[in-house]
Design a protein around this ligand. Structure first.
Ligand code: 5AD
Length: 453
């Protein structure tokens, strides 16, 4: 009765939190299973950024609750952002849920599950639902365990939690709390341990990584704490590539742009959330930069690294967004030429200022704007991939592909590549001659070591 299945919704931070919970549960003797049907305990780690994500998790829980009615020993729980956002209110619709654990209390999940297990084993009544949404000082430091026996060529590392900005659309400051960074030495130690176990690429995670350590760690020689952290990680043997997400344009200063030139392991791929290309919309969103300032950052990065790859987040249909505003977003979108983009239709989050704004944009308009940007992205992404045909690319081999005889990995610019390889190459940097490309992937063959392609 100790098999746990964790389903994760939302961002990489959530994936990382789930991984840490899985690792803590495994250390406590629970078994992590890959299929929901095999589990005695199902935990949903949830997302609140858009209503759709919440509805999905609620729908799933409704389905799980049916099984629980047939099988009262089955344990079900919500963790993470929606747990934090909705709390006990979730029980109104889903009274069978056993566990509701917020974003600062993930590491207490093993204790809570033990309580249910003990109650069952000793025959005392099983506790009613456990709800824990407390704030906890230092909780950012608890997300550090990785599953012990699994080599991860590419690993996520949480460096901070929370966000102090007040974007008018965003629920995250409510679900994740205010900014708290982990000490540099702790992060470095975690990355060293990962490297010793075969990790070659790390992605540093936080809701606003450019604010890492601000106010706690003094700048040194004009370098922000975040850049200092990048330098320390760049110096770790065995780590070959560094990525991070998400920065805020406001914290993207010259020291960080220059880090791309100075730090060889920092990959030339940057996720730089734009949200809108209209200054009027940016102001309404309370995003403290202009289109001009954003383009200056892009240009500075391109000056430092000419073949930089760019990714972004865009919200279409923010309240009051007119056709003129949207055209400005399209212009920036074309001008930057994003290689990747996450395009969101604005979703009202109750308790945020934008939810109260007039001029909400109709669903069909949001849909059309969403489709238009996706069209531009597809064209651009395809063009970039076609340009790579005939070149050689450095690929970090992650493992066998799900389908076909291929192995898979990524370029430094984060493009997925497929090629015929072998298990012994997993975790290695290889050179691949790219001979074919689709919108989303590159196909090629290994260049022989020591032979020019
Ligand atoms: N509606 C739509 N998209 C949103 N995002 C954040 N809040 C909302 C919302 N209410 C998007 C932003 C952010 C990304 C993680 O999610 O683009 O950068």
């Amino acid at each position: 009765m100790n098999r746990v299945y964790i389903k994760t919704y939302g961002c990489q931070m959530n994936e990382r939190d789930s991984e840490a919970v899985a690792s803590q549960l495994a250390a406590r003797g629970y078994r992590i299973v890959r299929r929901e049907e095999e589990a005695d305990i199902v935990l949903l780690n949830t997302c609140s950024v858009r209503d759709q994500a919440e509805q999905k998790a609620i729908g799933k829980m409704g389905y799980l609750a049916k099984r629980k009615r047939r099988d009262p020993d089955f344990i079900i729980g919500f963790m993470g952002c929606m747990a934090q956002n909705r709390g006990a209110g979730l029980l109104d619709r889903l009274p069978d849920v056993d566990l509701i654990v917020g974003t600062q209390r993930f590491h207490h999940v093993p204790d809570y599950l033990d309580r249910f297990r003990e109650a069952r084993e000793t025959g005392v009544p099983v506790p009613a639902s456990i709800i824990d949404l407390d704030e906890e000082t230092g909780s950012q430091n608890t997300i550090r365990e990785h599953l012990p026996d699994r080599r991860k060529v590419s690993a996520f590392v949480s460096i901070m939690q929370g966000c102090n900005m007040a974007c008018t659309f965003c629920i995250v400051p409510k679900t994740r709390g205010s900014e708290r960074g982990r000490p540099i030495d702790d992060i470095v130690r975690e990355v060293e341990e990962l490297a010793a176990r075969g990790t070659r690429e790390v992605t540093l995670l936080g809701q606003i990584v450019t604010s890492y350590g601000r106010g706690e760690i003094p700048p040194i020689g004009g370098k922000s704490p975040f850049v200092q952290l990048l330098e320390r990680i760049n110096a770790i043997d065995g780590i070959e590539r560094i990525r991070f997400t998400s920065p805020h344009p406001r914290g993207f200063n010259r020291d960080l742009a220059e880090a791309y030139r100075r730090l060889p392991k920092l990959c030339e791929y940057v996720h730089l959330p734009l949200q809108s290309g209209s200054d009027r919309m940016l102001r309404r969103m309370n995003r403290p930069y202009s289109r001009k300032k954003y383009m200056e950052i892009v240009n500075e990065l391109r000056r430092n690294v000419p073949d930089m790859y760019f990714s972004t987040d865009i919200i279409v249909g923010f309240p009051g967004e007119t056709e003129v505003d949207f055209r400005q977003t399209c212009e920036v979108f074309e001008e930057v030429g994003y290689d990747m983009a996450y395009i969101f239709k604005y979703s009202k989050r109750s308790g945020t200022p934008a939810a109260e704004m007039g001029d909400q944009v109709p669903a069909d308009v949001k849909e059309a704007r969403n489709r238009e940007l996706l069209g531009i992205l597809e064209k651009r992404s395809n063009r970039r991939n076609q340009e790579l045909v005939g070149t050689t690319q450095e690929i970090l081999v992650e493992g066998p592909a799900r389908k076909g005889p291929y192995f898979t990995g990524r370029t430094r610019g984060n493009r997925v590549a497929f090629f015929e390889g072998s298990e012994r190459l997993v975790g290695e940097l290889v050179t691949v001659n790219v001979d074919r490309a689709t919108v989303s992937s590159l196909y090629g063959s290994l260049a022989l070591a020591g032979v020019d392609a």
